[in-house]
Design a protein around this ligand. Structure first.
Ligand SMILES: *Cc1c(COP(=O)(O)O)cnc(C)c1O
Length: 481
């Protein structure tokens, strides 16, 4: 007999340790606003403290919590801080933390309907209901012949949309692969995940066609798209997919989806709408215009893990044809054969994604929706939009700053004005951003618009309120000098 069996935790010990973990998370979240948002650690700082042999014998969980306190927290960028305004915040409400725990607790693999009917049908039901809640055309629901699926990320959503598009444009693709004639249309503002999807799908970046903007805007020009597709078709190439963005990552610009679908459809070109950040705002009727024209698109994606209070990862993808993803992705080895699949009466989500296995992500999202209610989620979004409007008003009224582009929802892009010309403004903007970040009082990131340096303020952490945005504005003014 071994001295100590490597037994699983018993229920009592699990409860004790579980409470300790919940206590740790609660205390961390309660104090996160007071921590410097960005750690000041040198590369290698963490390795120097954690490198060493792995324990041969069991160690108490308390030791791990100690490591979190002593090493991990001081070397962490605190994305859940209310002073986090960088990238797009990854807002992870405590409701979603609990939902994630329930999902891990069940520990199911939802790859097929038959491997966990509840995981599949709860997700189908949730995606149908959410489509209604954001005002998506009913043809994106299972009832309407389409359907929704939760992917890990918008990047994966773009990849599977591209694979479905490749299959639709050339059904020989599954057997023969790509033929070098494929073309994919984006803009300079499109998220890099589209370029990555093109690479992963084996098209090579030569397949990527960057379409110019309409004059005086950052949005895709439908006229330029029509010219690009026309020229490609005349040269014997195939326009496979066009990706309009609703709420670009840099500035929140919105491509004209309706006009783009009108250009794409006669050529059979798949239209994938990437609304990773902004799409969830359509929960609010006043922002529903964001979905204008999406009813003519083939797929639509928005991340719950950016602005819907849900911990990474939960990206919502809807397609208008429920067969499109399985047609491209389905492969059934013998060991996955089952009567439910063969009956055709069920959805097997493994055919809607790249990996086989999948988590019960719908539980995390349901925990958020139950916790907030749709009204609460609308208030969450409206609150951030109102804060962005307030900040934009302060920027407009201060001669030391200017808006680089009109604010988009909860994203404010601004620059410092020195009176000494664009180059001095760019240098001053960069310095102000670096000083704010070095202070630890807030975290900001930047972009470049028309060659000019721009400070982005993305409001969206779960606990950000007026006091945090006011403090940020004061800090920006102070660091400007
Ligand atoms: C953040 C973002 C993405 C990528 O999101 P992931 O879910 O992290 O893959 C794609 N598109 C846009 C417009 C984004 O803002």
């Amino acid at each position: 007999m071994p001295e100590r069996s490597p037994a699983e935790l018993d229920a009592e010990e699990f409860r004790r340790l579980g409470y300790a973990v919940v206590d740790w998370i609660a205390a961390y979240r309660a104090g996160v606003a007071d921590l410097p948002v960005r750690p000041s650690v040198a590369p290698g700082f963490v390795r120097a403290q954690v490198d060493g042999p792995l324990p041969e014998q069991p160690r108490p969980l308390e030791e791990l919590l100690g490591l979190l306190d002593d090493v991990v927290v001081p070397a962490t960028t605190h994305w859940q801080s209310p002073n986090f305004f960088g990238y797009f915040p990854a807002n992870s409400s405590l409701y979603s933390v609990l939902g994630d725990a329930l999902s891990s607790g069940l520990g199911v693999q939802g790859m097929l309907w038959s491997t966990s009917p509840a995981a599949t049908e709860v997700e189908q039901s949730l995606m149908d209901s959410l489509a209604g809640a954001i005002g998506l055309d009913p043809r994106f629901t299972f009832a309407g012949g389409g359907g929704g699926v939760i992917q890990d990320s918008a990047s994966s959503a773009a990849l599977v949309a591209l694979l479905a598009a490749l299959h639709r444009s050339n059904p020989g693709w599954r057997a023969d692969g790509v033929d070098g004639l494929e073309r994919v249309y984006v803009t300079a503002e499109t998220h890099s995940s589209l370029a990555k999807a093109v690479r992963v799908a084996g098209l090579g970046e030569r397949a990527l066609h960057v379409v110019g903007p309409s004059p005086g805007s950052l949005a895709m020009s439908p006229r330029a798209l029509a010219a690009a597709i026309g020229a490609d078709v005349a040269a014997g190439q195939r326009p496979v997919l066009v990706c309009p963005t609703v709420g670009t990552t840099g500035t929140g610009a919105v491509d004209p989806v309706r006009e783009i679908t009108a250009v794409a459809q006669p050529h059979g070109t798949w239209v994938h709408v990437d609304a990773a950040w902004a799409g969830v705002a359509a929960l609010c009727p006043e922002h529903r215009h964001l979905l204008d024209g999406v009813e003519h698109a083939d797929s639509f994606c928005t991340d719950a893990h950016k602005w819907l209070a849900t911990a990474f990862d939960a990206s919502l993808l809807w397609v208008r044809d429920a067969c499109a993803l399985p047609a491209a992705l389905s492969i059934t080895p013998e060991y996955l054969r089952n009567a439910a699949t063969e009956s055709g009466a069920v959805v097997d989500y493994r055919d809607w994604q790249v990996p086989l296995g999948r988590r019960f992500r719908a539980l995390k999202l349901l925990a958020v929706i139950h916790g907030y209610g749709l009204e609460g989620l609308r208030a969450h979004i409206r609150g951030h939009v109102a804060l962005a409007e307030q900040l934009a008003a302060w920027v407009r009224d201060d001669p030391g700053f200017a808006l680089a582009v009109p604010p988009s929802l909860a994203l404010v892009c601004l620059r410092v004005i020195t009176g000494d010309g664009p180059e001095a403004d760019d240098a001053a903007s960069r310095e102000v951003l670096e000083r704010v970040n070095a202070s630890g009082a807030a975290l900001l990131t930047h972009t470049v618009v028309d060659g000019r340096y721009v400070i982005r303020v993305a409001i969206g952490a779960v606990t950000t309120d007026a006091s945090h945005v006011e403090a940020l504005w004061e800090r920006l003014r102070k660091e400007r000098g």
